[in-house]
Design a protein around this ligand. Structure first.
Ligand SMILES: O=C(O)[C@@H](CO)OP(=O)(O)O
Length: 228
């Protein structure tokens, strides 16, 4: 039976500082490191045997995957990194403090930017200090100025279909270490969640989610590993 394990990276420095992060490449905090390690221990304890891993090109997700695999004694597994699994791009909000923005523009506007399906945050300015145009990992890639969840889905799902689905169809267990919104994109599809209802899905840091799938890759079950 194909299985898909999804894990959101452990707590990041900007999760702790309550700042809009998106594609900005912040590291894990000490707590995030511990969350990643315990995710790995849990994967091993539950007897899961992933054969292949995928992650974004962002340090917090890559490091979470490596720490988890080390704890699970699975660091030998093949890992594919791709920008399409990145966090949603937070546009002009990148780097700003979420509470300060609430105080400035109100709770409702911040909630729309954070959780609406198709309203993107304001775009990043040409001279924004958090632009990533010169970052070599994005050479040849048209870096977005901002992304809604809908935009994120438009790059996550083709990647899932092309690169991940063939392994699941072969009956493998696949582990993905990614981000709140790239994982929301996947969960929306796997759990058949509507555009309206997806606004309510919050994915905690460092808690692996196990999907058991049928041969057509429909979800048979979805559970947090620490509750399974
Ligand atoms: O800042 C971000 O990039 C994300 C994830 O931490 O935040 P949000 O919860 O607003 O989607």
């Amino acid at each position: 039976m194909p299985k898909l394990i999804l894990v959101r990276h452990g707590q990041s420095e900007w999760n702790l500082e309550n700042r809009f992060t998106g594609w900005w490449d912040v590291d894990l905090t000490d707590k995030g490191v511990e969350e990643a390690r315990s995710a790995g221990r849990l994967i091993a304890e539950k007897g899961l045997a992933p054969t292949r891993c995928f992650t974004s090109v962002l340090t917090r997700a890559i490091r979470t995957l490596h720490l988890a695999l080390y704890e699970a004694k699975m660091l030998y597994l093949p890992v594919t990194k791709d920008w399409r699994l990145n966090e949603r791009h937070y546009g002009g909000l990148t780097g700003l403090n979420k509470q300060e923005m609430r105080d400035k523009v109100g709770d409702e506007q911040v909630h729309i930017w954070r959780r609406s399906f198709d309203v993107p945050p304001p775009p990043q300015d040409e001279d924004d200090k958090y632009r990533m145009d010169a970052d070599p990992r994005y050479k040849g890639i048209d870096i977005p100025d901002t992304e809604s969840l809908k935009d994120t889905i438009a790059r996550v799902m083709p990647y899932y279909e092309e690169q991940i689905v063939p392994h699941l169809k072969a009956g493998e267990t696949v582990l993905i270490s990614a981000h709140g919104n790239s994982l929301r994109a996947l969960e929306k599809h796997l759990s058949n969640i509507s555009d309206d209802e997806i606004t309510g899905l919050e994915i905690p840091t460092g808690r692996p989610i196990l999907y058991e799938l049928d041969d057509q890759l429909n979800a048979l079950s979805r559970a947090y590993l620490d509750e399974a």
